[in-house]
Design a binder for this molecule. Structure first.
Ligand code: SAM
Length: 263
């Protein structure tokens, strides 16, 4: 491990286990044809493994203390960008790639959800995300409809593609050791999975539907769409709005979207 002043505020829990690093790259399905975006280079352990197996790697790192170490790795097909990936405009991020690309990262936990949403909602060239996240977040990503873990994150991932947990990772494999276990999740994106659905409008609908988990769709949607409950129920006569959002699967949400926006 390099000598480094680990910064909790940047979610710095580094990996060193070479078997695990190699397995992450394999789970992401990286080949010599692939261009890869990494978020959070850290000491460059995963970057090095990605650089060996990919055509090109672009790796963001917010901590400027790591500049000289990362540049000294001499990775010929890799470009390090010392900026905040969450704040950087997605068009500028995608400007580093002349074609489709894959995201592979051991994500800083404090930005996991906003980062996933940023890419899902705005990316035009991303084909998959293979990301190390807290185990509880992974369970929310792959949750089945009806359970407590099922929510906005699950529905939006099902809207854009499909996800699976490829491995559970013990906290002991990170340095410094975090106080939670992690899981590696692979999310494959499908372009135009629902071609007649506007992603911004769908996302607002889902956020509205889940705004108060214990309330019915009728309550939540009437506030979110600023329509009286009576008018909402009248305009959706065949939809059971007494259900809660967590009981609807992706196809039912698409039907709901269709009756609201496409009819
Ligand atoms: N990839 C390395 C590894 O697996 O050992 C480091 C992973 S560590 C969990 C997350 C890294 O993301 C840290 O190096 C941290 O400084 C960096 N980071 C945190 N927030 C960031 C941001 N907004 N943009 C870019 N990098 C960030």
């Amino acid at each position: 491990m390099i000598e480094h002043n680990f910064k909790k505020k940047f979610g710095q829990n580094f990996l060193t286990d070479t078997n695990l690093l190699s397995a992450i790259v394999s789970d992401a399905g990286i080949t010599k044809e692939d261009q890869v975006l990494e978020i959070g280079a850290g000491a460059g352990a995963l970057t090095t493994e990605l650089a060996k197996r990919a055509k090109k790697v672009v790796s963001f790192e917010i901590d400027t203390d790591l500049i000289s170490h990362l540049n000294s790795l001499g990775l010929a097909n890799t470009e390090f960008v010392f900026e905040d990936a969450l704040k950087k405009d997605i068009k500028e991020i995608e400007g580093y790639f002349d074609d489709n690309y894959k995201l592979v990262a051991n994500l800083p936990y404090y930005i996991t959800t906003p980062l996933i949403f940023k890419f899902l909602e705005n990316s035009t060239k991303l084909t998959s995300l293979t990301i190390m996240v807290q185990k509880e977040v992974a369970e929310r990503i792959v949750a089945n409809c009806g359970g407590k873990d099922y929510g906005i994150l699950t529905v939006m991932i099902n809207f854009f593609g499909s996800a699976k947990i490829t491995r559970i990772v013990n906290r002991k494999l990170f340095y410094p050791e975090p106080n939670v276990d992690s899981a590696l999740v692979r999310i494959d994106l499908q372009k135009n999975k629902f071609p007649n659905v506007d992603r911004q409008k769908f996302s607002s609908l889902i956020k509205g539907a889940f705004s108060m988990r214990r309330k019915t769709l009728l309550n939540n949607l009437s506030s979110a769409l600023s329509i009286s409950k009576e008018n909402l129920q009248k305009s959706l006569p065949h939809f059971d709005l007494s259900k809660r959002a967590e009981t609807l699967n992706i196809d039912e949400f698409i039907q709901l979207y269709d009756v609201i926006y496409n009819n």
